[in-house]
Design a protein around this ligand. Structure first.
Ligand SMILES: [Zn+2]
Length: 242
């Protein structure tokens, strides 16, 4: 069985046909999924959708929403008050933050949520765009929770593959590895050690993970069954309840 390491099945656009989406995913062999929350206002929905569909939720403040959280300390307290299987998605996105004030806000939120993950010893789900050097530096300096972490939609350079796997991070590959233009992501998907690789739909349809897995198998020259087994095993190292 295949598991989607990162999806947004809680997208309200799917409220009317979520059952069909779930059935479609199951018919494609995708048996479970991690639904990652993005901001305090929608954490309840994320948790409810994950629960009702047989998935698992992680909650966090996504770097895109760093500006929409008026009081980071209160957001952190709300997060700390919850039952948590993981924290995320959290991280840095320099494509969405050109000014230093925005970047420093993202850094602060990332580090405080990372600290909570260490305190609770739950894994982190990290979003990283054009910020691999900074994300890996923070994870190195501050430290990961013993429960580990996952870099979702991995598209970093080979140097980042090496540094991330040295830290014990799991690299999650999404639909972008199917695009010829995504050279870095495809090269990383080939180079990453098998015990650090998982797959994701990175969208509202977990069923797309089956296509990502097939692409990964072709790129790496490995069998679909072997990769299905190994990616599920890798993901369960972080999330034993999946
Ligand atoms: Zn996401």
């Amino acid at each position: 069985m295949l598991i989607d390491a990162h999806c947004h099945l809680d997208d309200p656009a799917y409220d009317d046909d979520r059952d069909a989406v779930v059935q479609r995913a199951r018919s494609l062999g995708v048996a479970s999924w991690i639904v990652s929350g993005t901001e305090p206002a929608t954490w309840d929905r994320t948790a409810a959708v994950a629960h009702h569909t047989g998935g698992l939720a992680t909650l966090g403040v996504h770097p895109w929403f760093a500006d929409r959280v008026p009081d980071p300390a209160s957001a952190l307290q709300q997060l700390a008050d919850r039952e948590l299987s993981g924290i995320g998605e959290i991280g840095l996105d320099w494509a969405r933050a050109s000014q230093e004030a925005q970047r420093s806000r993202q850094r602060q939120l990332f580090r405080s949520q990372l600290a909570l993950a260490r305190e609770r010893n739950v894994p982190v789900v990290v979003h990283c765009v054009r910020a691999y050097a900074d994300v890996l530096q923070i994870l190195t300096d501050d430290g990961l929770p013993d429960a580990g972490g996952l870099l979702h939609a991995f598209g970093g350079p080979l140097d980042a593959v090496r540094r991330a796997t040295q830290l014990g991070l799991i690299l999650s590959f999404g639909p972008q590895i199917g695009r010829d233009r995504a050279k870095k992501a495809r090269a990383a998907a080939v180079a990453a050690p098998l015990e650090h690789v998982v797959v994701e739909s990175d969208g509202p349809e977990p069923g797309h993970t089956a296509t990502v897995l097939q692409t990964l198998a072709t790129l790496r020259g490995e069998g679909v069954e072997v990769l299905t087994h190994r990616t599920t095993r890798n993901l369960r190292r972080l999330f034993p309840h999946l």
